[in-house]
Design a protein. Structure first.
Length: 241
């Protein structure tokens, strides 16, 4: 067992093991084949606990986003093991991975908003994944409340074409959070935001971690948000160091 894994095992003896949301063990990943093959992850171990915000930093190309997408079941595992919310990702079918992703909030730099759908309708559509969870009043009120909390109160009925890049990002963040996911995976969530908007987003994420015990993993180069993190981990050349 690696020194890193031993350290994790020691940590588990202090923290409640049942509160581990994500467990990564000896995870490696390679792109390409033959002479074009490139290893981007090498033997990584990581635990993510309920109620914490973990920020992952490191140079571009160090493997941060690849690890994020593996944890989010957006890629199939090649080596090692990943458990998310008690479920092993190894060997899952495409349909099973899709079902798991319903309980994960994704925030990526590409907003992927529907050009014909307003900010409010975007959040309402996300709520359809759990339509039985909400009554008719909540279906109307929660998207508006979320958008107002993100500083978009005047943009509720705006289409993406009428939003700035930062406003689009905040709509995408609202979509990721509207169903109160247990796990939130964010890739540069504040990069396109000014100081005030970035602070609003981080306050909202902090609230989700503290009040809902959500687990939040953020990949970022934004030094402004490091103070919100419970832990900061660094990745270099495909390994968490």
């Amino acid at each position: 067992m690696s020194e890193q894994a031993n350290q994790l095992q020691s940590t588990e003896s202090v923290q409640n093991y049942s509160k581990i949301t994500v467990q990564v063990r000896d995870v490696s990943y390679t792109y390409g084949n033959g002479s074009a093959q490139r290893q981007v992850l090498t033997a990584n171990d990581l635990n993510l606990y309920a109620g914490e915000i973990v920020v992952m930093t490191g140079p571009s190309g160090s493997g941060k986003t690849t690890l994020l997408t593996l944890i989010g079941a957006l890629r199939a595992i090649q080596g090692g093991s990943i458990h998310v919310m008690g479920q092993s990702l190894g060997g899952l079918s495409s349909k099973q991975r899709q079902q798991l992703r319903k309980n994960i909030g994704f925030i990526f730099q590409d907003h992927n908003l529907f050009e014909s759908m307003t900010a409010r309708k975007t959040l309402e559509l996300a709520m359809q994944l759990f339509r039985e969870r909400y009554n008719s009043e909540e279906k109307k009120a929660l998207p508006i409340e979320m958008l107002e909390n993100l500083g978009l109160g005047e943009r509720i009925e705006s289409l993406p074409g009428n939003l700035s890049t930062g406003q689009k990002q905040r709509v995408a963040i609202g979509r990721a959070l509207i169903n109160n996911p247990r796990l939130i995976l964010a890739d540069e969530p504040t990069a396109a935001l000014d100081k005030g908007s970035g602070e609003k987003v981080m306050q909202l994420l902090r609230q989700r971690a503290d009040e809902n015990q959500a687990t939040i993993l953020i990949v970022t180069h934004d030094q402004r948000i490091l103070g919100t993190a419970d832990r900061i981990i660094e990745m270099m050349d495909g390994r968490i160091i």
